[in-house]
Design a protein around this ligand. Structure first.
Ligand code: KG4
Ligand code: ZN
Length: 338
């Protein structure tokens, strides 16, 4: 079965063709114009999607020598996301549906991230497992049982983990999005490359919730404030010299929180296989920490290019929805959860 996946919910325009859950072609355009503004500007995003989407879809079809009438299903992100950005992908998918009579399904972006775990290896990834979904817009832990059967165990009550990386990055002078650069800067500290390592390792507190119903929830806004205070309490030169140590301390705290909640979820549910998806799952320190805590054989992570927003995960979700009779006509809802 040939599935075309289209993703345009935020600042990546992406299209992919999958055959029975395996990637034939995939292309992603990341809009770097937002770096100028320090964050995603919705109107700029919609216009950029509009410019790119047609060419991307044509190119993935060309890359696998297919004409549109060979597509069995179009899967398009219809929620959640920026309204104007979603509208571009959904309108394009509906246009192809009308022109060629191809069946179309709306896909929830968060379900797409979770389905990235199955791309190219559906037979090897066997539920049940716990999923940490950590991106720029969302951070949550789910218990995944099967397509459409996914239970939310905990979520962030304020900033998403990726958002925290981006906001702290901005405080430290990195362009948006800052996650990858903070990881690279922290790695300099780890190998002792920083110009003058502080005598005492910098530490930040981890937010924990005492109430049982929130025990698996996250909070990152206090951490961001702690970094902000640390910056304002020290000289510019000190912060410049110790930027790797600061990035390392921040990253360690975020990862401790993410991995710690997964560990608590494993204890509560008795499920010891864990997965990570979403842009923050690109982070090597997080991946290593999960492998340390759960054992490498019990950790599922997609390759980095399927962690950040991409059309292949949307195609995979559509394909899995089709196989479980869950396809639905796209209905835009910028705020819808799973
Ligand atoms: O999943 P994604 O592409 O978009 C959303 O759905 O939000 O995630 C983007 C987020 C950004 O906040 C970015 O800073 C973060 O993922 N990110 C990282 C890394 N690579 C991307 N965060 C930490 N470490 C990384 N290596
Ligand atoms: Zn995403």
């Amino acid at each position: 079965m040939i599935t075309l996946g289209i993703e345009s919910s935020c600042d990546e325009t992406s299209a992919a063709i999958l055959k029975d859950g395996k990637v034939l072609a995939a292309l992603t355009h990341t809009q770097d114009e937002h770096a100028l503004y320090g964050g995603v500007v919705p109107e700029v995003a919609s216009r950029a999607h509009l410019e790119k989407i047609d060419g991307l879809v044509r190119r993935v079809l060309d890359d696998c020598c297919l004409s549109p009438n060979k597509i069995d299903l179009i899967a398009v992100t219809d929620s959640p996301g920026l309204a104007g950005a979603l509208l571009v992908g959904v309108s394009f998918a509906l246009g192809m549906h009308a022109a060629y009579g191809i069946p179309v399904t709306g896909v929830n972006h968060l379900e797409g991230h979770i389905c990235s775990l199955f791309i190219d290896r559906q037979d090897d990834v066997v539920p049940p497992f716990l999923v940490l979904l950590a991106s720029g817009g969302h951070t949550a832990v789910y218990k995944y049982l099967s397509s459409g059967n996914c239970e939310l165990l905990g979520h962030t009550v304020d900033d998403a983990a990726g958002e925290a990386f981006d906001k702290v990055g901005k405080l430290l002078g990195f362009p948006y999005p800052a996650g990858r650069m903070i990881e690279a800067e922290a790695a300099k500290f780890a190998v002792g490359k920083s110009s003058s390592s502080p005598k005492n390792k910098i530490t930040f507190p981890i937010a924990r919730f005492t109430s049982p119903e929130k025990s698996l929830c996250f909070s990152f806004s206090g951490l961001k404030t702690a970094v902000k205070n640390f910056i304002s309490e020290n000289s510019i030169d000190y912060i410049k010299d110790n930027r790797p140590a600061l990035c390392d301390a921040f990253q360690r705290t975020v990862v401790k929180s993410l991995a710690g909640n997964l560990e608590d979820a494993a204890k509560l549910t008795g499920i010891n296989t864990v997965a990570a998806a979403g842009g923050v799952a690109c982070n090597g320190y997080l991946r290593d920490e999960l492998k340390k805590r759960f054992g490498a054989d019990n950790v599922i992570v997609p390759p980095p290019h399927f962690c950040t927003d991409n059309g292949a995960m949307i195609a995979m979700a559509g394909y899995m929805m089709y196989n479980s009779n869950r396809t639905r006509f796209p209905s835009m809802d910028p705020g819808r959860g799973i």
